[in-house]
Design a binder for this molecule. Structure first.
Ligand SMILES: NC(=O)c1ccc[n+]([C@@H]2O[C@H](COP(=O)([O-])OP(=O)(O)OC[C@H]3O[C@@H](n4cnc5c(N)ncnc54)[C@H](OP(=O)(O)O)[C@@H]3O)[C@@H](O)[C@H]2O)c1
Length: 289
């Protein structure tokens, strides 16, 4: 029989998951927010569910209780559900945070439920966009061994692909996602600062680097990492890198430490690609030190 689901914290992710699971034939029970108006709107988006403001009441009778509040409210919300006897025997508490482990759902375990964290490696700005982008995304699962089959069923129902991670490495896993997404933005901000130092406007600079970014991302998709690396470090062009250092020293000296740190890692990528020779790598590392 299809599982009964409650969504506690019906924001971007909660609404998208609720709607997608309803469309796959799952029954939606409670849809909970701190305001009844927002819970009602969320139930309309999901297309089913009883809107409410009480997490324990909303969770009651559900097999799968999704706690999709912001991260800082997950533990407290789980405690409220447990205190209000919202977890039934054999029910499963799920949160979808990338940073937190399933251990924040300990109150659910103490109440006899099982616990999982299921995290989509995606950046989701709205529920509409999430409904489109979740299928085909990778999801990590971590938590109680007995609940893993349910976790796999959820990921499959959302059209996702699965990665299993050990609970004690959740922070390390999240660091990977932060580097891939947030640090990418920070590195691009660095590139834009350089173009601003040339006198370009920020919006113009972002537009100017977009084709380059797209081309690079396409290469990564096509040939992977480290093979997608191109440019002076991949070729062992010491003079060009030395020119960059001179120019940055003159025009943007505060960014030199970051340029050099990224450069040193790029040398290791070039070596692994096999396009950078050891002797050129040694020279590059000297000027990047
Ligand atoms: N968005 C992303 O890109 C993304 C990606 C992967 C994973 N996640 C994870 O998904 C989870 C939800 O994130 P989100 O982006 O969907 O956040 P969100 O849009 O801010 O939604 C959270 C919802 O929780 C409700 N809420 C807040 N405090 C609550 C409480 N104490 N009790 C009940 N409801 C409460 C809020 O509604 P009210 O203000 O009406 O209460 C809000 O609608 C987080 O764990 C996040 O880390 C997000």
């Amino acid at each position: 029989m299809a599982k009964v689901i409650s969504i506690i914290g019906a924001g971007v992710v909660g609404q998208a998951v609720g709607r997608m699971l309803r469309e796959r034939g799952y029954e939606i029970r409670g849809v909970v927010s701190r305001s009844i108006e927002r819970a009602e709107k969320a139930a309309v988006f999901i297309g089913a569910g009883e809107p409410g403001v009480d997490p324990a009441k909303g969770a009651s009778g559900a097999d799968w209780v999704f706690i999709t509040t912001p991260d800082k409210a997950i533990r407290e919300t789980c405690e409220r559900i447990a205190r209000g006897k919202g977890f039934g025997k054999g029910s499963l508490a799920i949160h979808m945070s990338g940073a937190l482990g399933s251990n924040v759902l300990e109150p659910a375990r103490e109440a006899g439920a099982q616990a999982l964290s299921i995290h989509p490696i995606q950046s989701l700005a709205s529920s509409e966009q999430a409904v489109k982008n979740l299928p085909g995304s990778y999801f990590s699962i971590e938590g109680d061994a007995g609940a893993i089959p349910d976790g796999k069923e959820i990921v499959e129902a959302l059209g996702g692909l699965l990665v299993m991670i050990p609970g004690e490495k959740k922070a390390l896993y999240h660091a990977g996602a932060a580097v891939a997404s947030n640090y990418l933005v920070a590195v691009l901000d660095f590139a834009v600062m350089i173009y601003e130092a040339l006198g370009m406007k920020r919006e113009e600079a972002v537009k100017a680097v977009m084709p380059l970014i797209r081309g690079t991302v396409n290469n990564v998709e096509r040939v992977g990492v480290p093979d997608a690396l191109t440019g002076p470090i991949a070729r062992g062009d010491v003079e060009t890198v030395s020119g960059h250092i001179e120019a940055l020293t003159k025009y943007l000296p505060e960014m030199l430490p970051l340029y050099k740190a990224l450069g040193r890692h790029t040398v290791s990528v070039g070596l692994r690609k096999g396009s950078l020779k050891e002797e050129d790598a040694d020279m590059l590392l000297k000027i990047l030190d």
